[in-house]
Design a protein around this ligand. Structure first.
Ligand code: C2E
Ligand code: MG
Ligand code: MG
Length: 747
């Protein structure tokens, strides 16, 4: 169709006889009707589109018919001119519908630019056709008026077309073809008007040729599959061609002004219309500039707001909260208020995220934000600092007790469950409170950091509580920081060492194995207990290298003792392993290398893990433990009974031993319920085929009670404190001398 259009157009322009042009017209008309019908069937465009196209063609044909045949009667002329006007108006209406849908969220400046172009077109229509037609008017006045209206409305068509093409929605082939069809019919109008204005005399065949092109392009439009989306707002173009649009608009602005400057008006009416047109054009350009500047300012404001708020909860983010705190601190210098910050951390939020999924996690955060907004007085500012951490600023707080009351109210508000899409969820929070204290708070950052420090204290105190900052906490934080830094170097400075605690077979009295326990003696002689440094090592990841070192060191010690005949050849070594190590992809290789280098068989190594391993990220831990146990290494659950593992985990994990926590052994001799608990653990371990070791045996009574319960193995201060590798020889020899432990049973 696109190729047929120029052919038919040229043919029409060149053909001399009326009968040929009529024939070409007929062919063009017939093909367009046929194409619309086919296009409707295949491409199924919007009903409004194809019905208006058919209607347009129909009206156009009738108009053309009358125009060609009878050009002398005024009535017929009036009729054909009215039909042309109707065509133009229908076109305006149809384009309006398409533009309205397509332009969607486009900015107003697209409309303004289109308006500038249409006003310029109007200016030239007036100067070129309408004004001369007034002077040279052989026709009836009404005919001239209608012709004028038709031409004026083509300025609106130009406007609609420009809006469509300048907009940000994708320009499909159909958009281009439809625009081509409309443009060539506009060219037809211009040629026709040129004839009518008497300026030039153009052959009727040539003047009508663009209409033929238009008809073929209409066919191409409806036959192209993209016509189905013509009236839809399709995806936006990423890059809008701004340059072309700018050149077009600037030309549309400059040309009329140039023309105005270089030509004289014919009479007063012409002068008036020219002046009015240029005035409207100038006003439109001014409005467009004002609008663009305003839109830019609004956009900038939106950007600033979005950079300062948290997208999930709409609360101020860390940056904005710091600004608020800073202004509160400045304002407090002129009043008797002591701004307070509450640092709120949702307890075990990671568990919620892991177990319910991240979208539920998001919902929890939104609900928490909402709860805080509701429960806190209007003067407080709530912000979300990161993840599950919220900050509340009370700039008008008068004292510490005011702030604590506020924190208590927040804590209490969480007694009610949060209603989520997934159902009700209970959460608790740990809250740190810090009040402005000129002695220690120098900046907004300080106040938030102090509240954060206090929050950690609340977490340490068992969560779901409030802790108030005091300066002694700073010392602890600094101390912890010092430990952290020193720990990084402890290994290379050889400050770490291992001590070992023997594990005995209760019945035989033999030392059957050892547990390796780490010790840290700092350069300056300070001894730091594992209870303090192991958690820090886990948090910072240092546990991975020091844990690897401990494995090789412990196995080498055992190899030495066996070689020296200090212990049995089949004695075992138990090494504590933290979850962080199990998540290290190299861990299996590290274990194998330690076994190889110490020339110890795998079944003489026990890895002690706590129940926590089975709860957080169990899959990865499970995989590592499975791979290790397939090589013969065995796994013990340390401190059994203190965690929250379910029995199903015991079945799922490759576990070979339970170490009953010392808290149960402690009360064994006196407390009947502790005794029955230990009895149950032993029975369960037996039925699962697991080995049992009692930890922390301190008295003979405890050992006897364990013997009565048929517990086979034990370790504890009664048997031996942890000792250095060098003294292990004498320790084991001493234990061997005691022989069978039950003999110690008091008579
Ligand atoms: P654990 O693995 O449960 O180790 C037993 C702890 O109980 C040791 O404390 C030991 O000295 C102590 N203990 C032994 N018998 C008795 C007793 O009769 N009464 C009392 N009151 N305590 C007894 P230690 O050496 O302070 O170690 C504490 C924890 O630090 C260990 O608990 C273990 O979880 C961790 N740990 C120690 N060394 C390492 C290591 O090399 N790697 C890792 N990941 N953790 C380690
Ligand atoms: Mg242990
Ligand atoms: Mg233990």
């Amino acid at each position: 169709m696109v190729f047929l259009a120029p052919g038919a157009t040229v043919l029409h322009g060149l053909s001399p006889a009326d009968s040929t042009t009529d024939f070409i017209y007929l062919v063009a008309a017939a093909q367009v009707v046929f194409a619309v019908l086919v296009g409707v069937l295949i491409n199924k465009p919007d009903r409004k589109i194809w019905s208006s196209i058919l209607f347009l063609i129909f009206v156009l044909l009738i108009a053309q018919f009358f125009d060609n045949r009878d050009s002398s009667s005024v009535g017929a002329k009036l009729f054909s001119e009215s039909l042309f006007l109707a065509v133009q108006l229908i076109l305006v209406l149809g384009l309006f519908l398409v533009v309205r849908r397509r332009i969607g969220g486009d900015p107003m400046n697209v409309v303004f630019d289109a308006l500038v172009i249409s006003l310029a077109s109007w200016f030239f229509i007036w100067v070129g056709f309408l004004n001369p037609a007034r002077a040279f008017s052989p026709d009836d006045v009404s005919v001239t008026v209608i012709r004028g209206l038709t031409l004026a409305s083509s300025a609106i068509v130009v406007f609609m077309l420009a809006t469509l093409l300048f907009g940000s929605s994708v320009r499909t082939p159909s958009t281009w073809l439809a625009s081509g069809a409309i443009l060539s019919s506009l060219v037809g109008d211009v040629l026709y008007a040129t004839n009518q204005s008497g300026r030039l005399s153009i052959d009727q065949q040539i003047a009508n040729a663009p209409y033929i092109a238009s008809l073929f392009l209409v066919s191409a439009t409806v036959l192209h599959p993209s016509v189905a989306t013509l009236s839809e707002q399709t995806t936006s173009r990423v890059k809008q061609p701004l340059l072309g649009r700018m050149i077009l608009t600037t030309t549309a602005l400059v040309l009329p002004i140039l023309f105005l400057a270089l030509s004289n008006p014919t009479d007063d009416s012409d002068r008036f219309v020219r002046a009015a047109s240029i005035f409207v054009l100038a006003a439109t350009v001014t409005a467009r500039v004002v609008f663009a500047v305003r839109a830019n300012a609004a956009l900038q404001e939106r950007l600033i707001v979005s950079a300062q708020t948290d997208a999930l909860t709409d609360l101020p983010n860390r940056g904005l909260m710091l600004e608020h705190v800073q202004s509160a601190i400045v304002a407090s210098r002129f009043s008797n208020s002591r701004p307070a910050a509450l640092f709120i951390d949702v307890d075990r939020f990671k568990n919620i995220n892991d177990s319910l999924g991240h979208s539920a996690g998001d919902d929890v955060l939104i609900a928490v934000a909402q709860r805080l907004r509701v429960v806190l007085p209007g003067r407080c500012i709530v912000g979300r600092i990161s993840g599950d951490e919220f900050v509340v600023l009370d700039a008008d707080s008068k004292s510490q007790s005011d702030a604590v009351m506020l924190a208590d109210a927040v804590l209490e508000s969480f007694h009610e469950p949060l209603a989520l899409r997934q159902g009700d969820v209970f959460v608790s929070a740990s809250i740190g409170v810090a009040v402005l204290d000129d002695a220690v708070t120098r900046s907004a950052d300080d106040l938030l950091r102090h509240a954060d420090t206090a929050m950690y204290r609340a977490k340490d105190a068992g969560r779901n509580c409030v802790a108030v900052f005091d300066s002694s906490m700073l010392e602890r934080v600094n101390q912890r920081l010092a430990v952290e830094t020193a720990l990084y170097r402890a290994l290379e400075r050889r400050e770490l060492r291992l001590v070992h605690q023997p594990i005995i077979d209760i019945e035989l009295g033999d030392v059957i194995g050892f547990e390796a326990l780490m010790r840290w003696d700092m350069e300056d002689g300070t001894k730091i207990s594992p209870a303090e440094f192991i958690p820090i090592a886990e948090e910072t990841g240092v546990i991975v290298p020091i844990g690897s070192w401990a494995l090789l060191e412990a196995l080498s010690h055992l190899r030495g003792w066996i070689n020296q005949g200090i212990c049995r050849r089949d004695a075992t070594m138990s090494v504590n392993v933290s979850p962080r190590q199990l998540h290290d992809p190299n861990f299996v290789a590290v274990v194998n290398e330690a076994l190889m280098r110490s020339r110890m068989p795998a079944d003489q190594l026990w890895l002690e893990v706590t129940e926590g391993v089975m709860i957080t990220q169990p899959d990865q831990a499970l995989e590592t433990l499975r791979r290790l146990s397939s090589t013969g290494v065995r796994v013990a659950i340390d401190d059994f009974g203190t965690g929250y593992s379910s029995l199903s985990f015991l079945q799922k994990f490759p576990i070979h031993r339970l170490k009953i926590d010392r808290s149960f052994i402690n009360e064994l001799a006196e407390d009947a319920s502790a005794k029955s608990l230990v009895k149950t653990i032993i029975a369960m371990a037996d039925s699962l085929g697991l080995d049992v070791v009692a930890e922390g045996v301190e008295t003979v009574e405890q050992l006897h009670a364990l013997g009565d319960l048929h517990c086979k193995k034990a370790q504890g201060f009664l048997i031996s404190h942890p000792v250095t590798p060098e003294t292990m020889g004498s320790t084991v020899a001493g234990l061997d001398k005691i022989g069978k432990w039950p003999r110690l049973r008091p008579l």
